[in-house]
Design a binder for this molecule. Structure first.
Ligand code: GDP
Ligand code: MG
Length: 652
C-alpha cells in the first residue's frame, strides 16, 4: 500500500485535512503544537486503499524539538511514497520555505494550498498555476474546513504515478555545486545521499543526522564559508521573487488585519493580564454558579432520590442479598452518582476551554505570559501545556514535547500538575457549594488562581536550585482569530464527556466497590459495624495526625486523599460513601469553612493521579525525576495548606 505524508507548518490545517481524507476524529485546535505524534489513517478511493500519515507541524527540516524530530525522521528514514505539502495560503511566504527543503528530500510532492477561503475573504489573489509551473509541483487550491478542493486533491493522489520529482530551487548556486560533488563522491563509494543531506553537509549542520564518516567529509575539500546563511538567503530570495510574480495582496503591507486590531486590545501591555484573568474568572463563574448549579441539582436529585429509592425497592422485591443491596445503594450509587452530577459543569467548562483554543486566544495567552514566565526561567511556550492542564494533566504533560530545550521541558512537566485539572473540579464544587454557597464561583476561581501562582513560585524555586539554565526564545506564532466551528466545539466536548463517563464506568466503579469493601470489612476480612474499625478507618486514623495541622484531621477526609491517588474524582466518591446519607450535612459537621478551603488547596496541589505519574515517568524517562515530582507535589501541598490554615486561624 502506498503511503502519503501530510507535511506542513504548524497550524496550517493538516489534521483538519487528515480527518476529512480518512474520516477520523483527531484533535484540531487553532494553535501550533496540537499534533505531537504521527497518526495514520486509511483513505479509500474506489477499490484502492492509501495510507495517510498526519505529522506534527514543522517550519523547516532543521528544527529540533521532540515533535519536530518525529516529522523529520519520518521523512528521512521511513520515506513515504509521496509528500502532501500543506501550505497555509495566508502565510504563503513562510510556508514555502519548508517546501524548498522538502523538494530536496527526493520524495515526490504535491502541494495542497489550504485556507484559500481566508485568502479570498481578504481579497488577495494567488496565481497558483504559475507557482506550480515555476516549482514544477502540482498544486490544488483548497479549504479543508469548508471541504473545497478535496476532490481535486484526491484525483492527484489517485494519479500519483504521474507526479515527477522536481529540481532543487538552489540548482544554480555554489552550495548546490558542492552538494552535487558530495553526492557523486558518495555514490562512487556506494553511499546514497539525498540533495537535502548533501546541502546539510555543506552547511556543516551538526545536528542533522548524517552517518558519513568524518574522514570522507574532510577529503571533500569544501571551502570554509557561512554556507548556512547563504543557503537560507538563497531560499528566501527565490521565494521573494516567486511571491512578487504570483501573489497580489489587496491591502498595503503594514495595514492592520482584523486579528491585529483585536490584538491591540487583547495583548495590550497593560490590559492583557487583567483581561486574561477576567476571561478566566467569567468562565468559572458561568460554569459553576450559573450553568452547573442548575443542571447538577436536577441530576443529583434524580440519582439520590428517584434512582436510589427505586433500586432499593426493586432489589428488596426480588430478594437480593442485603450485602449486595448495601453495595449498590451505599457504595456504587453514591460513589459514581455523585461524580456524574458534575457532568454539566464539565461540559460547560470544556465548551469554554475549546472556545479559547479554537478561536486562537490560547496562543495570545501564551504570548501574554511569556514575560512573567521568563522571570522564572520558562518561556511562553510552556504556558500552553499548562493551559491544557485545566483539562487533564496527562495530555498537558505530553504537550511539553513541543519544547525544544530539555530544561524547559523538565520544568514544565514538574509544574503542570499544579494546574487544576477537571478531575479535581468535583471536589471543589462540593466543598465550595457547601461552605461558600453564595460565592462558590469566586472561591473556585481563587483555587485555580492559586494553582497558577504556586506553579510560578515553585518554578522560581526550581529554577534557582536544581534546574538552572537559559530558556529558549519564544517562537510560537499568533494564528489569526477564527470563529470556532460548531462541529469542532461539539467534538471536543463529546470527547471529554465520553472520557468522563468511561472513567466513571470503569475506574471509578471499581474504586467505589473497593472503597465500599474497605469501609465494611477490617483487616481480617470480617464485617464491621463501626466503619472507623474498618480497613479504611484504620488507615485513615493512621495518617490523620499528619493532616491535623492543616485542619482536617478526621479519618474520612484523610483516607479520601489516599484513594484520590487513583483518580481525583475518587476523593468525592470516598467522602460520599464514607459520610453516607446527607453528604452536605456531614461535611458541615466535619469541616469549618477554613479547613474545607485548606482541603481544596491540598487536593489542588498534591499528586494528581496514577495516570499522571505514569506519563511523567514516560516523558521524563527517569524514575528519579518521577519520585522527585511526587515528593515535591506532596510537600508543596502540605506546606501551602499548612500556611493557609495557620494564618487563616489568626484572622478568623
Ligand atoms: P494543523 O496544526 O496543521 O494540524 O492544523 P489544524 O488542522 O489543527 O487546523 C488549525 C486551525 O486552522 C483550526 O482552527 C482549523 O479549524 C483551521 N483551518 C484548517 N483548515 C482551514 C481552512 O481551509 N480554512 C479556514 N478558514 N480555517 C482552517
Ligand atoms: Mg495537527
Amino acid at each position: 500500500m502506498k503511503t502519503f505524508a501530510l507535511v506542513g507548518n504548524p497550524n496550517c490545517g493538516k489534521t483538519t485535512l487528515f480527518n476529512k481524507l480518512t474520516d477520523s476524529q483527531e484533535y484540531v485546535g487553532n494553535w501550533s503544537g496540537v499534533t505531537i505524534e504521527k497518526k495514520q489513517g486509511l483513505l479509500k478511493i474506489d477499490n484502492d486503499n492509501y495510507n495517510i500519515v498526519d505529522l506534527p507541524g514543522i517550519y523547516s527540516l532543521s528544527s529540533y524539538s521532540d515533535d519536530e524530530i518525529v516529522t523529520r525522521n519520518y521523512l528521512l528514514y521511513e520515506k513515504p511514497d509521496m509528500i502532501i505539502n500543506i501550505i497555509d495560503a495566508t502565510n504563503i511566504e513562510r510556508n514555502l520555505y519548508l517546501t524548498t527543503q522538502l523538494i530536496e528530500t527526493g520524495i515526490p510532492i504535491i502541494i495542497a494550498l489550504n485556507m484559500m477561503d481566508e485568502v479570498e475573504k481578504r481579497g488577495d489573489y494567488i496565481d497558483y498555476e504559475k507557482i506550480s509551473k515555476i516549482l514544477g509541483i502540482p498544486i490544488v487550491s483548497m479549504s479543508a474546513t469548508k471541504s473545497i478542493g478535496i476532490e481535486n486533491l484526491i484525483d492527484l493522489i489517485k494519479n500519483f504515478k504521474q507526479v515527477k520529482k522536481t529540481q532543487s530551487i538552489l540548482k544554480n548556486t555554489d552550495e548546490f555545486f558542492f552538494a552535487q560533488k558530495i553526492i557523486k563522491y558518495l555514490a562512487q563509494n556506494n553511499i546514497e545521499c539525498s540533495e537535502l543531506m548533501a546541502i546539510k553537509i555543506v552547511e556543516g549542520d551538526k545536528k542533522f543526522p548524517c552517518d558519513i564518516p568524518e574522514n570522507i567529509l574532510q577529503s571533500l575539500n569544501i571551502p570554509q564559508k557561512s554556507w548556512d546563511v547563504l543557503v537560507a538567503t538563497d531560499r528566501y530570495n527565490f521565494i521573494d521573487e516567486l511571491i512578487k510574480e504570483c501573489v497580489k495582496k489587496s491591502h498595503e503591507f503594514g495595514q492592520l488585519t482584523f486579528s491585529n486590531k483585536i490584538d491591540r486590545i487583547l495583548v495590550n501591555k497593560y490590559l492583557a493580564i487583567p483581561i486574561f484573568l477576567l476571561v478566566m474568572f467569567l468562565i468559572f463563574q458561568i460554569t459553576f454558579s450559573i450553568g452547573g448549579e442548575f443542571f447538577s441539582k436536577i441530576i443529583e436529585k434524580f440519582i439520590n432520590d428517584d434512582l436510589s429509592s427505586f433500586l432499593n425497592k426493586f432489589l428488596l422485591d426480588i430478594n437480593t442479598n442485603a450485602l449486595i443491596i448495601d453495595l449498590i445503594t451505599k457504595g456504587i450509587i453514591p460513589g459514581i452518582g455523585m461524580i456524574l452530577t458534575f457532568l454539566p459543569q464539565i461540559s460547560i467548562l470544556f465548551f469554554f476551554l475549546s472556545f479559547i483554543e479554537d478561536s486562537g486566544y490560547i496562543a495570545r495567552a501564551a504570548f501574554i505570559m511569556d514575560k512573567p514566565l521568563r522571570k522564572i526561567g520558562l518561556s511562553g511556550k510552556s504556558f500552553i501545556p499548562m493551559l491544557l492542564g485545566f483539562g487533564c494533566s496527562v495530555p498537558a504533560i505530553m504537550a511539553a514535547r513541543t519544547l525544544d530545550n530539555p530544561k524547559d521541558k523538565r520544568l514544565t512537566i514538574l509544574l503542570t500538575p499544579f494546574i487544576s485539572c477537571s478531575a479535581r473540579m468535583p471536589v471543589y464544587a462540593i466543598l465550595a457549594g457547601t461552605f461558600f454557597p453564595n460565592n462558590s464561583g469566586l472561591v473556585i476561581f481563587s483555587i485555580y488562581l492559586l494553582g497558577i501562582i504556586i506553579a510560578i513560585l515553585a518554578g522560581i524555586v526550581l529554577n534557582e536550585t536544581i534546574l538552572r539554565g537559559e530558556s529558549s526564545n519564544f517562537i510560537m506564532e499568533l494564528p489569526p482569530y477564527r470563529i470556532p466551528t460548531f462541529k469542532n466545539l461539539m467534538r471536543h466536548i463529546y470527547e471529554r464527556v465520553k472520557d468522563f463517563v468511561e472513567k466513571a464506568g470503569t475506574i471509578l466503579l471499581l474504586a467505589s466497590i473497593i472503597i465500599w469493601f474497605m469501609q465494611n470489612f477490617n483487616f481480617e476480612f470480617k464485617i464491621v459495624f463501626d466503619s472507623s474499625q474498618s480497613i479504611l478507618g484504620t488507615l485513615g486514623k493512621f495518617i490523620a495526625p499528619v493532616f491535623a495541622a492543616l485542619g482536617f484531621g478526621n479519618w474520612q477526609a484523610c483516607v479520601a486523599l489516599l484513594t484520590g491517588f487513583v483518580a481525583k474524582e475518587t476523593v468525592v466518591s470516598t467522602l460520599s460513601i464514607l459520610y453516607g446519607g446527607n453528604l452536605a450535612h456531614e461535611l458541615l459537621l466535619n469541616f469549618t469553612p477554613l479547613s474545607a478551603y485548606c482541603y481544596m488547596v491540598f487536593v489542588l496541589l498534591y499528586v494528581p493521579c496514577i495516570a499522571t505519574v505514569a506519563v511523567i515517568k514516560r516523558e521524563m524517562g527517569s524514575w528519579g525525576w518521577t519520585f522527585f515530582s511526587i515528593g515535591f507535589q506532596i510537600l508543596t501541598a502540605w506546606i501551602v495548606s499548612f500556611v493557609i490554615f495557620q494564618f487563616g486561624k489568626l484572622f478568623l
